[in-house]
Design a protein around this ligand. Structure first.
Ligand SMILES: Nc1nc2c(c(=O)[nH]1)N[C@H]1C(S)=C(S)[C@@H](COP(=O)(O)O)O[C@H]1N2
Ligand SMILES: [Mo]
Length: 299
């Protein structure tokens, strides 16, 4: 199956922000003329055109700050992210509580332009910076018997109105099977558009798993645990029949309350048609992780 966009871009493929913006203006300005003559390749490029920084940082889900899409932008400024420590525990050779600098020391920060698909059926294209989670796991030393990675978000009630109102249970927790966590597409993001991660985007450190629904990409992480059993995850605890542990993007398995066959690209404009959602959000290379599984059962 042909990829509609590349998902393994390297630093060399990523243009600085100013160039992004110019290119967007250029494409915007010529779209009326160019659309007719667009080749397949050109459309693939257009499909990967990143959303603007403004779009990416003003339409968010971060329930610690409220359930509205602009609540994170409005309220996340109060989150204290310096100093920041991450506790690594469970079945690891080198457990401990690390400063961000110590945790990321020696890891390679790369640019990754990824499609991002929320379970609510909206999508964006986001130019992240981050390191492969596999590199961090190698650094801390995963012990035999560990089969899952569990993550936990910071809780700062005094700075988080959604936590004070208990809009859902906190801390927000998520998890991945170890082979999913080790997949080279899975990153810990530290930046966006070449700048440190904005608070509403999950500063200073968040998971990004581009072939899964967005809620798996847990923000503002303070704990990473290597465990033997499948860990509890926030949305699965809230409604297991609506939100599975795996939550791979899958256009053939609908949410009980809406279709997952298509998606609305944020920033696409009033008249843009919905786009077809692709299996694994287009990241076909992860398919072998699920060989032999029935993804309508393990949704
Ligand atoms: N801690 C925490 N992480 C979270 C969430 C949240 O509410 N709290 N929302 C999730 C959901 S539903 C989505 S779609 C993505 C949104 O990421 P974005 O706002 O950077 O686009 O974050 C995920 N990570
Ligand atoms: Mo989401």
């Amino acid at each position: 199956m042909a990829h509609r966009w590349m998902n393994d871009l390297t630093t060399a493929d990523v243009t600085p922000k100013a160039a992004f913006l110019n290119r967007r203006q250029l494409i915007g300005g010529t779209a009326g003329l160019g659309a007719i003559a667009m080749t397949g390749a050109a459309r693939a490029q257009a499909a990967l055109e990143p959303n603007t920084l403004e779009e990416i940082t003003s339409y968010n889900n971060f329930y610690e700050f409220g359930t509205g899409k602009t609540d994170p932008k409005d309220n996340a400024g109060a989150m204290v992210i310096e100093p920041w420590t991450v506790t690594v525990d469970g079945m690891v050779d080198n457990p401990g509580t690390f400063s961000l600098a110590d945790l990321t020391d020696g890891l390679t920060i790369e640019d990754r332009i990824y499609r991002f698909r929320c379970v609510e059926a909206w999508s964006m294209v986001i130019p992240w910076q981050g390191f492969e989670l596999a590199d961090l796991l190698a650094k801390v030393g995963v012990q035999d018997g560990a089969q899952f990675v569990a993550f936990e978000t910071v809780v700062q009630p005094e700075n988080m109105p959604g936590v004070r109102r208990q809009v859902i249970g906190f801390p927000y927790v998520e998890g991945l099977r170890l082979d999913e966590a080790m997949h080279p597409l899975t990153i810990m993001a530290t930046g966006l558009y070449g700048e440190p991660l904005p608070k509403q985007s999950g500063a200073p450190l968040r998971v990004v798993v581009p072939w899964k629904y967005g809620f798996k990409s847990i923000k503002s992480i303070v704990r990473i645990s290597l465990v033997a059993e499948q860990p509890p995850t926030t949305w699965n605890k809230i409604s297991a029949r609506e939100y599975g542990f795996y939550s791979n993007v899958n256009p053939t398995v609908d949410h009980p309350r809406w279709s997952q066959a298509t998606e609305r690209r944020v920033g696409g404009g009033l008249f843009a048609s919905r786009e077809d959602t692709l299996m694994f959000n287009g990241y076909d290379e992860v398919a072998s992780l699920y060989d032999g599984m029935d993804l309508s059962q393990d949704y």
